[in-house]
Design a protein around this ligand. Sequence first.
Ligand code: PSZ
Length: 499
Amino acid sequence: MISKSYIFARGKSVITNAVIKGDSNTWKKCLTTATCVEPKGPSVKTQIPGPASRHLKEELDKFQQAATVQLFADYDKSSGNYMVDVDGNTLLDVYMQISSVPLGYNHPAMLEALSDPHNQRTIVNRPALGVYPGADWPNKLKHVLLRPGVAPPGLGNITTMMCGSCSNENAFKNIFMWYAEKNRHGKSFSQDEIESCMINQAPGSPKYSIMSFKGAFHGRTLGCLSTTHSKYIHKIDVPAFDWPIASFPAYKYPLEDNVSANAAEDKRCLAEIEDLIVKFDKEKNVPVAGVVIEPIQAEGGDNHASPEFFQQLRQLTKKYGIALLIDEVQTGGGPTGKMWCHEHFNLSSPPDAVTFSKKMQMGGYYHTADLRPSQGYRVFNTWMGDPSKLIMLEAILNVMQRDNLLEKVSKVGEYTLDNLKKMEKEFSTVINSTRGRGTFIAFNGASPKIRDQIVSKLLAKGIQAGGCGADAVRLRPALTFDRHHADIFLDTLRKVLKE
Ligand code: PSZ
């Protein structure tokens, strides 16, 4: 079979024709050729950030608030699980652009997709998808986002968007429309509604709310920010809706030693959720139209909740006629070993909507047929997503299927988690509360300061990890993160903890 392979020469990717037998090993073969190989391990040549990164940051800072920039990467030289920075440091990246790179850097299958002239034209001619989609759009949606095994079970409708925040933002709006429509009992908009909405007044702009959870992160746009509660710096100075905020379960670890305390914690949170639903309806007159929740609170510190908690939340939302929106922006696309984290929960009925972005490349949400607005132009914007991102996603999904990456994530994740738990026992005064699903793993430092030290010492030894919440270190590697990468991470972490 004729295929294309890539030679990475002096940082430029050059496409050459090559004969590779069978599709299944294209990438592995590419990675084992001398010209396109993943580095054997991290190598650190300078302080990080090094002089070149520091210089670029000064340049950028002249016209942009650049305080958050950690280093500048050389994306021509980065490959697979390794990021190369502008100072020539090679870092094992277990954080992967805040969990948004599914196959590592410069994956040949993704580069190859861009050599197709039809795909090039798809990139050049970015359409206003809501009005002038290309001829292949319905098919692309059907065969990529709605492919069996990709779409969450039971959710056959899809709205495409750009980023995680705008997916949540539009899903909230969609939920409010659904809720209003239910209350309207089939009647069309009243003249009063039509006029009052134009000046932000009820009944056209109703006082409905979205319930969210303490510690949640759903984005930074104006509506989403009212449901984000992870750090004050995200929120301060910005007006917010007075919407209900419930407790998310806070478990004691290890889970197996704290079963009854954690079950009681589930119960406490569920009772609070129900109380808030009733109170916001009956006392505040701001009924809850939807509940938004992460399957694992990521930015808030990798807080997990049990399948039983989510099952009962599904039942509560059904009981009160409230939509359940599961925000899979960070958990979706495979890092927990299933395509969607909520598939681990065995819910009695599917969520009403599931938002995604990050590893899925494009933003959007899956939803039930019920949630589809009856009129057009209600959930809409210029681009409504980006077909070029579906080209990338199609290549990614093909590789995920071909290389059984979900299975790999489960296995490598289990291996990493087991070893981290052993390490936690050995270094119990420094780290604790190791937890995870798949490679979506975190552990806590004994204090925020210790956490910061662990992350910065890992970086100095060539491992790019991330922090989240007050004291957690998190792993968000690519789905191609292998056992030998896990070993490098674990060995380096052991050295750091010994120090
Ligand atoms: O600081 C930030 O703005 C960050 S750091 C990580 C994220 C945002 N994650 C984004 C995110 C998410 O994790 C969940 C669960 N929901 C929504 C979002 C927002 O997605 P974006 O950033 O694409 O708007």
